[in-house]
Design a protein around this ligand. Structure first.
Ligand code: BDR
Ligand code: CA
Length: 323
């Protein structure tokens, strides 16, 4: 199985990623670290523990940063971010966690984990703001050479979602994102909004998960349906009907670990993040110019296969017993 550490801000789509990864026979999350993001870190930690308990999975959880890498707070206070707060309630609708987080903090855990030669194969998956990863790299710069692979959900090549230029995870902590991308980690994959929006999921996909019937599959379906309802409400009044489909961003990172053909369009390029722009704060800049002065530092995923994504989810959660 592919061993990895999952840094996340659970968060509804982070939760789907955790459900899928803990259920998938070829994936082995050895630890989860939590970060301030969709909701504050006390809530992302509790939500992560709820998801693990609901799935019956035992993965150690380490609580991380309470505020961004450099800034005292988000560029715009969380309270103003109505869109994000409606999509990611403070508490996910699963029973209160019985499990507890570890005493060690996320940043110190990440350093210990990657300084240990026994973990030379352990990938790092980040589906929230990159604060913990940036703090770990700043504290122990040797880490950059010891992380074999980093898969990030963040950024957009086209429009962002928080602003026209910026995607949420990079906008929340642009200095962290820039620090991580420029740290020299050898295998960095960036899963952009362009990729996640190209393979949205629908009610029919939720029906399949409900049909599988395990707590994890039904939990994932519940979370995806909530996203569909949210997006449908946001789109009401717009032209056109038909079936609503919503991007489910974060699970694409873990899907990629076992199904690299998930991404049907990628570009190897120098990627960086705007840290000072007024309108463009948090923008991902992918420099595809042949004469770009800097060497490529990332593989940027721009398009995904809906078929491969669905196959991954079915493989993760298992097929219904029969019929
Ligand atoms: C990203 O932002 C968060 O709200 C989601 O969990 C995802 O990681 C999408 O922009
Ligand atoms: Ca997330």
């Amino acid at each position: 199985a592919v061993r990895f550490i999952h840094d996340c801000d659970t968060g509804s789509d982070d939760a789907v990623a955790i459900f899928a990864a803990t259920a998938h026979p070829e994936l082995h999350p050895i630890a989860i670290t939590t970060v301030n993001g969709n909701v504050d870190v006390a809530h992302t930690t509790e939500n992560t523990l709820r998801v693990l308990d609901h799935a019956g999975a035992r993965v150690p959880v380490y609580a991380g940063a309470t505020r961004p890498f450099v800034r005292p707070d988000f560029p715009v206070p969380r309270a103003v971010l109505n869109r994000a707060s409606q999509l990611h309630p403070e508490y996910l609708d699963f029973p209160v966690a019985v499990s507890r987080a570890e005493d060690q903090g996320a940043v110190s855990f990440l350093i210990d984990a990657y300084m240990d030669d026994a973990n030379a194969d352990v990938a790092l998956v980040a589906t929230g703001p990159l604060t913990n990863v940036a703090l770990a790299l700043a504290t122990e710069p040797r880490l950059a050479a010891r992380i074999p692979r980093l898969v990030i959900m963040g950024g957009a090549h086209g429009n962002g979602n928080v602003t026209a230029s910026a995607e949420f995870n990079f906008w929340v902590d642009p200095e962290a994102a820039e620090a991580v991308l420029s740290a020299g980690i050898r295998d960095v994959v960036i899963v952009t909004l362009d990729a996640t929006h190209s393979a949205p999921l629908s009610g029919a996909d939720c029906d399949v998960l409900d049909g599988i019937g395990t707590p994890a599959a039904r939990g994932a379906a519940q979370l995806i349906r909530h996203r569909l309802e949210h997006d449908q409400a946001a789109a009401s009044g717009e032209e056109g009907g038909g079936e609503v489909a919503s991007p489910v961003h974060d699970p694409m990172t873990v899907a990629y670990l076992v199904r690299p053909e998930l991404f049907t369009e990628t570009v190897r390029a120098h990627a960086s993040v705007e840290t000072s722009g007024g309108r463009t704060l948090g923008e991902l800049i992918v420099d595809t110019r042949p004469w770009c002065p800097q060497p490529p530092n990332a593989t940027v995923a721009l398009r995904a296969s809906g078929q491969v994504y669905r196959e991954f989810l079915r493989a993760a959660f298992g097929q219904p017993a029969s019929g």
